[in-house]
Design a protein around this ligand. Structure first.
Ligand code: SF4
Ligand code: SF4
Length: 363
C-alpha cells in the first residue's frame, strides 16, 4: 500500500471508533497521523478493533508470527498508540480513540507543529462529532455540590464521591495536554500544569507507560482542592463509572476555546445543573464573573445590596453548571439549580462509547 493510501486507510479506521476522526482544514488530521505513526505502525493499527483482544487474535489478522506480533504490539502500547489492559490470562490490546486517548498519551512528546495541527483537529472534531450530538465524551461534574440539596445530588455528580472509594483506584495525574500545547506555542500558562486525572485501569496504563504518576487518595483530594482554587472546570468521562477527568480553563483548553465561541454553550455540554443569582442577596462585587470560564455572568442594571453597585445575573443559555461561581460568592447569593431535564448518564465507558458510535452511525 502506498503511504498516502495507508494513512487514508488509518484515518478511516480511526473514524470508525466511537469518538471518530474528522476531516480537518488543510488535512491537519493526516499530518497528525504522519507525525504519530510510522508506516509500519499504521499498517499494524489497521488490524485492531475497539474490543480488547489477545495477541494471538491480532497476529492471525496481521498474518505474522505471534512472538513477533507481541513485540510490535507491546511497543505500540508503550508509545501510546494502542490501549493495553492486563488480565490474569495475559494482556489484551485494543484500538483507542484519537481524542481522548492517543493524543493525550503523547503529552510528553508533542512539539509546536503538533500543537498547531491540534487546533484544526479540535475544530473539525467539534463540528462533526460533538456539536448537536446527544451523547458527549465528557460531562461537567460540579465542583461544589454542598450547596445543592442533598436529595437531589446523584453520587456521580458529586466530584469527591465520584472519584474516591474502593474500586476507583489506583489514581494518577499527568500534565494537561492543552496547557502543554500552549507552552509549545510559546504562550504563558499561569494555571497548574499537572491536572489530567485518571482512575482504575486507565491510571494503571498511565503509570506503566510513564504518562502520569500515581497519587494516593489523600493526594488526589489535595489535587482537587488545587484545581478548585485555580478555577478549573472538572470535565469527567460521561459515565457513572469514571476513567478520566480533565480540568479545563478558558485560557488554555481547546474545549473552552470552542465552547466560548458558541452563543449557547449550555446546549453543547452534559450538565445536570445551572447557576442562579438571587439579586436581593447580591452585593455586586463581580467575583463570580471572574470565576466563570464561559462568560455566563453579566452585570445587570438592577440595584444590588451595596449602594452604587449593580447586581449580577447568570445567562442561562451560557451556563454549563460547573459551580465555580458559587464557591467564591461572599454573599452566598449564587445557588446551583437542578435542570428540569437532566441528561441520562451512561453506566460506564463502554455504554457511553456504544451510544456515541450509534449516534454517529458507525455501528
Ligand atoms: S460573587 Fe456573589 S455577591 Fe458578588 S456579584 Fe457575584 S453573586 Fe453578587
Ligand atoms: S455561571 Fe459560569 S461559573 Fe457559574 S456555574 Fe455557570 S458556567 Fe459555572
Amino acid at each position: 500500500m502506498e503511504h498516502n493510501e495507508l494513512y487514508t486507510s488509518l484515518k478511516k479506521h480511526l473514524d470508525a471508533m466511537p469518538a471518530g476522526f474528522p476531516d480537518c482544514l488543510d488535512s491537519a488530521e493526516i499530518k497528525l497521523l504522519r507525525k504519530f505513526y510510522t508506516p509500519e505502525q499504521a499498517r499494524t493499527a489497521l488490524a485492531f478493533t475497539a474490543m480488547p483482544e489477545p495477541v494471538s487474535a491480532i497476529a492471525g489478522r496481521l498474518k505474522i508470527d505471534e512472538q513477533e506480533a507481541a513485540e510490535v504490539i507491546e511497543q505500540m502500547a508503550k508509545e501510546g498508540l494502542l490501549f493495553r489492559v492486563r488480565t490474569s490470562k495475559g494482556p489484551l490490546y485494543c484500538q483507542p480513540n484519537f481524542i481522548m486517548g492517543i493524543y493525550e498519551w503523547h503529552v510528553h512528546t508533542i512539539d509546536k507543529e503538533t500543537a498547531e495541527l491540534a487546533d484544526r483537529y479540535y475544530e473539525g472534531m467539534f463540528e462533526r462529532h460533538w456539536r448537536g450530538k446527544e451523547t458527549k465524551q465528557l460531562r461537567v461534574v460540579p465542583v461544589n455540590t454542598s450547596i445543592i440539596q442533598k436529595d437531589t445530588v446523584r453520587s456521580y455528580d458529586n466530584i469527591r464521591d465520584l472519584v474516591r472509594g474502593s474500586g476507583k483506584g489506583p489514581y494518577a495525574v499527568a500534565p494537561c495536554i492543552c496547557r502543554v500545547e500552549q507552552m509549545k506555542k510559546g504562550n504563558t500558562v499561569t494555571r497548574p500544569l499537572e491536572t489530567c486525572l485518571t482512575f482504575g485501569y486507565t491510571a494503571k496504563y498511565y503509570t506503566e507507560n510513564g504518562i502520569g504518576r500515581e497519587l494516593t487518595e489523600e493526594e488526589l483530594m489535595a489535587k482537587l482542592d488545587e484545581c478548585e482554587k485555580a478555577a478549573l472546570v472538572p470535565f469527567g468521562t460521561n459515565s457513572q463509572e469514571i476513567t478520566n477527568m480533565c480540568m479545563c480553563d478558558s485560557d488554555s483548553c481547546q474545549l473552552f476555546r470552542i465552547l466560548k465561541s458558541y452563543s449557547r454553550p449550555a446546549e453543547e455540554v452534559h450538565s445536570a445543573y445551572r447557576a442562579e443569582i438571587d439579586p436581593s442577596q447580591c452585593s455586586g462585587c463581580g467575583v463570580c464573573a471572574t470565576r466563570c470560564q464561559v462568560d455566563a455572568i453579566l452585570e445587570t442594571g438592577e440595584a444590588s445590596t451595596k449602594p452604587g453597585k449593580h447586581a449580577y445575573a447568570v445567562i442561562e443559555e451560557r451556563c454549563i453548571g460547573c459551580g465555580l461561581c458559587v464557591q467564591r460568592c461572599p454573599a452566598a447569593a449564587v445557588a446551583m439549580v437542578r435542570k428540569e431535564t437532566v441528561p441520562d448518564v451512561p453506566e460506564n465507558i463502554f455504554a457511553m462509547y456504544g451510544r456515541m458510535a450509534k449516534e454517529r452511525g458507525s455501528i
